[in-house]
Design a protein around this ligand. Structure first.
Ligand code: ADE
Length: 310
């Protein structure tokens, strides 16, 4: 995963590689509550939670204060804040926000642009298509949002590919700031000065970094302890063991002539586990052979040999 070194003197820390979770390395921010007030947090109500009581500051996450501070705070910096409202309201993240596990703030980068017209982008030096996001508004938005322990991520097709392992590592952090790239890109000095890590969600180009931020937040949020009811279910996900997930079935046992594999109906726990492992290996070999490392490839050979010799 590529990480960026902030310009010497200008950045808060050197970041050749992702730091271990901030909660283990950095002191707790004393400005935390002020920092929370900085953004337009998705309210508990918007997230499907109880109606908020009137508060003096409408920019904080509304509703009765959660008993404990959220495990993870995510601030998203974008030129299109409206994109996120309904997506998060109707997702797992909405429920996590309602339960006080995760707190999300959406911030409009344009608020940090100068002049009457609040221009946040400009033509690229050297020519070319598209507009480039100006460094000033983006860096100012980051500096306002990141507080003391915020880990700053830029979504860009030029970033390192998001993996399940990276999502898990990010889910252990205390505060993430996600900057959505847009147009023809973001002025490179933003990364040099204020970004810790650049992430791409796949080898294709989106119109902007907002859908990538949604994917990133979803992948991270479900790994925060307590967000997904049964922790086992995230451990068994595709990619957690370096394999694609085995096939799943539910009732009815027979559907349009296709039967659920007998092993799943027999109720023998050991047999079910073995079958799932073999199916996960088979699928991975067929669909994503590059995921199989030497160890799993050897496992796979052993499993298919066993099948051949009755
Ligand atoms: N912005 C445009 N395309 C992207 C991608 N594939 N990943 C992250 N951000 C992007």
């Amino acid at each position: 995963m590529s990480t960026r070194r902030r310009a010497s003197g200008a950045g808060r820390r050197k970041a050749d590689k992702p730091k271990p979770p901030a909660s283990r390395t950095a002191p707790k921010s004393k400005k935390r509550s002020g920092q929370r007030r900085a953004g337009r947090a998705i309210s508990r109500r918007a997230a499907g939670g109880p109606a908020p009581k009137a508060r003096a500051d409408s920019s904080t996450s509304a509703g009765p204060a959660p008993k404990a501070r959220p495990r993870l705070r995510i601030d998203i910096l974008t030129l299109f804040p409206g994109i996120f409202e309904s997506v998060f309201k109707h997702s797992l993240l909405g429920k996590a926000a309602a339960r006080g596990l995760i707190e999300v703030g959406i911030h409009d980068i344009r608020e940090h642009a100068e002049g009457r017209h609040k221009v946040a982008d400009d033509a690229p030096y050297g020519g070319g298509d598209g507009m480039v996001m100006k460094p000033g508004p983006v860096v100012r938005a980051i500096e306002k949002a990141r507080g003391e322990v915020g880990w700053v991520i830029l979504t860009t097709p030029a970033g390192a590919l998001l993996t399940q392992a990276r999502a898990r590592a990010l889910s252990a952090r205390e505060h993430l700031v996600i900057v959505c790239g847009r147009y023809g890109g973001v002025d490179e000095r933003v990364s040099q000065i204020a970004v810790d890590e650049e992430i791409s969600i796949g080898d294709y180009v989106l119109g902007g970094g907002e859908p990538a931020a949604i994917v990133l937040v979803d992948a991270i949020a479900r790994l925060v302890p307590g967000v997904v009811g049964n922790a086992e279910s995230t451990i068994e996900d595709s990619f957690e063991a370096g394999l694609l997930e085995y096939p799943q079935y539910t009732r009815p046992a027979s559907f349009r002539g296709l039967d659920v594999p007998a092993v799943l109906l027999a109720g023998h726990h050991g047999d079910v586990s073995r079958w799932r492992r073999e199916e996960a290996l088979r699928r991975t070999r067929e669909r994503r052979p590059e995921l199989l490392d030497k160890e799993t490839a050897a496992d796979l050979r052993r499993a298919s040999k066993k099948k051949e010799t009755p």
